[in-house]
Design a binder for this molecule. Structure first.
Ligand SMILES: O=C(O)[C@H](O)[C@@H](O)[C@H](O)[C@H](O)COP(=O)(O)O
Length: 254
């Protein structure tokens, strides 16, 4: 478990640009060290904004995209190609524009896929996908994640783990089907906190005053059951990448 490091950028635009640059550099450094880098994507405006920015960056092609393993931290359980799917958004923002190896891109199943509307089966299958390339470095059956990106919800959710739900308290499974989410769509698939916590680096990327409270609460020691993002940390690094607005309640402890 690593202690949170907070980096504040003056505006949302700068935060997204700086995070894109940071991620490009991190992927390059990781590939130099180990050949393949493993990246877990998030949904949400900030996370997708970072991918869009990478796509526009002149340094984009310095990453060997064919040697990046791509996973998702959560998915909105919507049909394949739906514009609100995190996968669709990530593909449009970046993955469709770089030479990723389709065999290394691991989306979560949609309701019109192999498992139909059975979100539990789709979640269990994703757990199997993660288990097939599991790292020996942890008892938990997931791959070694170099960077796991997450967003933050106004009430403190992260991935699709919402406050005071059984999903945020899950300790056995690595992936869960999530029902009755307050943020649409109501049905989702999510990594659980134990799976998230295996990552080497967890980067929490968020902007705006609406996120100031959960950010401050987390840094003030909130419990994950109340503020799920408080349970999101990396083994080696936990990086809070904020704009001034999202950081605005930290000093007062909200
Ligand atoms: O699929 C999703 O909706 C998410 O993965 C979710 O956890 C998101 O990251 C936050 O809700 C922040 O979203 P914004 O950056 O759009 O506020």
């Amino acid at each position: 478990m690593s202690r949170p490091e907070v980096i504040v950028h003056p505006t949302a635009e700068l935060l997204v640009a700086a995070t894109a640059a940071r991620l490009i550099t991190k992927l390059i450094d990781t590939q130099v060290e180990q050949g393949v880098a493993s990246l877990v994507l998030t949904g949400g405006r900030a996370g997708i904004g970072v991918l869009e920015h990478i796509n526009r960056s002149p340094a984009r092609d310095a990453v060997e995209w064919e040697y990046v393993d791509v996973y998702w931290g959560d998915e909105r359980f919507l049909p394949d190609g739906d514009p609100d799917r995190n996968e669709t958004q990530a593909r449009r923002a970046l993955l469709d524009h770089v030479p990723v190896d389709p065999g290394r891109v691991h989306p979560m199943a949609p309701p019109d896929g192999k498992f139909g509307a059975d979100v539990e089966a789709a979640a269990a299958h994703y757990a199997e996908v993660l288990a097939t390339t599991a790292s020996l470095a942890t008892d938990i059956a997931v791959p070694y994640f170099d960077v796991l990106l997450l967003g933050v919800g106004e009430e403190g959710h992260t991935a699709s783990l919402f406050p005071n739900t059984p999903y945020v308290q899950e300790i056995e499974r690595t992936v869960v089907g999530v029902h009755d989410c307050p943020k649409p769509p109501p049905t989702r698939i999510s990594l659980t906190l134990p799976a998230i916590q295996t990552a080497s680096e967890v980067w929490l990327v968020t902007t705006g005053t609406a996120k100031a409270e959960p950010v401050a609460a987390t840094l003030g020691g909130a419990k994950p059951v109340d503020i799920p993002v408080a349970g999101a940390y990396g083994q080696d690094r936990t990086l809070w990448l904020l704009d001034l607005d999202a950081a605005s309640a930290i000093a007062t402890g909200a």
